[in-house]
Design a protein around this ligand. Sequence first.
Ligand code: HEM
Length: 478
Amino acid sequence: FKSNHSRNIPLPPGPKRLPLWGNAFNIPTMIPWKTYAEWTQQYGDIIFMQVFGQPFVVLNSIDSVVDLLEKRSSNYSDRTLPEMVKLMGLDWNFAFIRYGPLWRRHRRGFHQFMNQTAIQEYEPVQREGARNLLRRLYAEPKKFAHHIRYTFGASALAVSHGIRAADKDDEIVAATERALEGSTDAVAPERYWVNYIPLLKYIPAWVPGAEFQRKAVRVRVDAIATKEMSWNNITRAGPYKSLAIKLLERISHLDGEAYAQEEDVAKNTVSALHCFFLAMTLYPEAQRRAQEELASVLGPSRLPEFADGPRLPYINALCNECLRWQPVLPLSVPHRSINDDEYRGYFIPAGTVIIQNTWAILHDPEVYPNPDEFRPERFLKNGELYPAARYGPEVAFGAGRRICPGRYFAEKSLFMNVACILQTFNVSAPLDPQGRPIKIEPKMMSGNTHPEPFECVIEPRSKMAEALILGQSKEEVW
Ligand code: HEM
């Protein structure tokens, strides 16, 4: 692609391209969202790249995202299916379905079960999940990252199949976790050459250097196991069974895929909660203010309920700040254009992969001063929840027709877990042998969506808090 020759319209600016390779050597492999944001200085907010003939456009500003992904959504709602995702056997994933009638059918089904009214039905599962997480954190605080993953995996199993997961070491939850471990990795285009050169898929797994093939086989085996296990276990389903079956019929083909789908997306909420622990470890003042609010609204002797939400603006602002501070999908999920287009005097060819740089948008210092600091107050005005600017953390859920359909569900899960944890625990940095807090650097995994492993201390806030955690008999609401 050089430009639209017939009308002589240039491509958007971007790094210089080599013949054939294009920008293959410019694509940053580590934290690409920061590099793309830095490139704005040089190239502006829309950046063009091309790798082996595949055009890419990075959108670094909210204006370009609104103009293209929202206002021209009929042209910018297609997806690209990376070769590695196919090799892993995860190509059924709704997030990768091409724009068209099949996607529309899935999307309608998802909306039917995940709209703001329908999700009220899942409140008991979300409430139970949050309370069970408290007991797990109390029993083994050091394994907090595992507990978050496990709790959300179990809730996904409940919502999608109506199956109650075992209290620990559930085989379906474990297999799906393993199967999905690689899927975020696969969509990060910089990770695997096979995403650019599909012919590489014919290299057999035994060839030295074909590690991508061996990884694909490992993921595929777990994906098949998940499917079979969850289907065979549908008999374990409780009263949610009929709801689960309806959901399965609508959004998948009545097999194990709906659970893996749920698990896959639940993973984003897991990452957001993981970032919450990181923020609480690094910003004790924000934690103190949130706990003061809980004390004044709830008192010390009960756990939060969904109905408390409107009276807890600081907790809501803190959840917003978790989504903004370390967005769990910093480059969203790529869209793809259907037809040739012209924007701000530039030519965008049909089939261009469009990357929304969510991180750059939510770290724009003009809108969010000192963007690397965790400051929930930026979402408050006169003590009330207030949109920080003309756009808020909803950008973290994408844009246009492919915007995350699970966002209301995710926000409710985040609220319930954050409020329950802060009501009962103090989260702090571990101490060194001299008793000083160990300094932790906030770092997100590249190409993946959660923070790099870190340690934190999680202790009950008081005897009363301990009683709240343990006093409840094990919650079983369905
Ligand atoms: C904090 C949690 C979450 C975040 C930050 C998040 C973010 C996103 C983003 C950025 C996208 C891509 C949007 C785009 O292409 O413009 C997406 C897609 C999607 N999300 Fe979420 N998500 C979260 C939780 C969930 C949950 C809990 C569910 C389901 C219950 C869900 C279901 C989906 C689905 C099905 C898609 C694909 C939509 C499509 O391609 O049409 N997400 N999500």
